[in-house]
Design a protein around this ligand. Sequence first.
Ligand code: UDX
Ligand code: ADP
Length: 479
Amino acid sequence: MVIEKICCLGAGYVGGPTCSVIALKCPNIKVTVCDKSVERINQWNSDKLPIYEPGLQDVVNQCRGKNLFFSTDIAKGIREADLIFISVNTPTKTFGNGKGRAADLKYVESAARMIADLATSNKIVVEKSTVPVKAAEIIMKILRANTKPGVEYQILSNPEFLAEGTAIVDLVEAERVLIGGEDTPEGQKAIQELCWVYEHWIPAKNILTTNTWSSELSKLAANAFLAQRISSINSLSAVCEATGADVSEVARAIGRDSRIGPKFLEASIGFGGSCFQKDILNLIYLCECLNLPEVAEYWQQVLNLNDYQKTRFTRKVIESLFNTVTDKNIAILGFSFKKNTGDTRESPAIHVSTTLLDEGAKLHIYDPKVEPEQIFYELTNPYITSDPEIVKKNVEIHDTAYSAVTGAHAIVLCTEWDEFKTLDFKKIYEAMMKPAYIFDGRKILNHEALQNIGFHVQTIGKRLSRVGSIRAQGSQTMP
Ligand code: UDX
Ligand code: ADP
């Protein structure tokens, strides 16, 4: 089989960018990205894509209408494809068995059933969504139990390692592509077919092939390791604040050890995003099911520490503001879970905002890329609040950072957007209530300069001397 047509089920953060880059790099392959959401597909076919990702619009513009198509005609997409990616959502279950931990595979199952219903020729079905180990078995069972005469399926696992905000670079210059398949001649042949697609732009040495279960587990393991690094450095940030050490200096020192390496050692208000928490919960659930409670507990601690960090930071904000934020105006700068994305899933800003709202604060939120409806969607979620009306009353979304901070008692910086580094903080100081506070949850601002302006500054993993702010308070006209 030579792959001429690819169909992707699910036009989300994974399916959309991945297939756009495949279309860009494989002009000889027709790539159709399908979604059951008409609104999402319309957005993919418009000038304003449904997700913000640097470089994505450019890639889509180059290929859309040539060999890249976005469509709601799932049946046609499935029928004509040689290879089908399943990139549907796999949220954590909110009810029943495994509630709060296991992945809800209903969308994966329904995608597999659609393929079984509609396919009339051989298909390679590739699991792209992050799934629990052995999810490929579910797809296999459904497809093989419903096989029509003359139709054969090969199921592969090909987890995606892109990070949001850098997705296009991660895809174009992938450090590794991982493909898992069955150890049968047909399974190995399917692996080679998918390798051929990636070899259009990825050096063969960077394409790793494994058995299906290793591939599935590697994705969970990679995310668990990355999250564990963040929890490790965040745990040390608390030690730094208590001792006078500086977590950035500690990270720099330990990162020089080539066995540790310098990446993913930025202490923060905690990790967010759709993957880390979900995947670790998956891993924990898997360990519990396998009767490995010690292993489950080990990974649970990575999540506990992340919750601790978010709580610790928010508590610091409240305590610094004389232990009450009732009716105080607080500017929240950044709402996405990291810079260069409009994605808010599991964003630490949600925890910070909700806690401050519970304490009676009035929030003024600004994020360069998150739509106001999305912010309200997160903050009025029934799992987050019992009183959405209070949230609507006490939250105002702003178009600029300057507008959000005007009249504010404090600024809480939750996302490390570059534009926050170059704000005119003298102007901001003038526009704020005094004493003016800044809580830098991402360690991106120049704290000494802020103190010299007159701000009270707090950050993560570093105890700041109050000398600057005390001096400045005595002379508020200083430059
Ligand atoms: C992650 C993985 O990196 C990616 O390989 C996988 O495919 C999906 O999950 P993503 O969640 O998009 O990607 O972003 P990532 O850059 O990993 O950041 C996750 C969270 O960790 C963010 O909230 C980020 O701000 C935080 N983070 C990251 C830190 O707090 N400190 C760091 O040093 C790095
Ligand atoms: P991810 O971050 O994993 O890409 P998203 O939630 O961004 O997840 O995207 C998943 C997409 O999959 C959604 O747009 C959803 O509408 C779509 N989807 C879910 N089930 C199906 C299905 N059976 N067929 C087509 N699309 C689906």
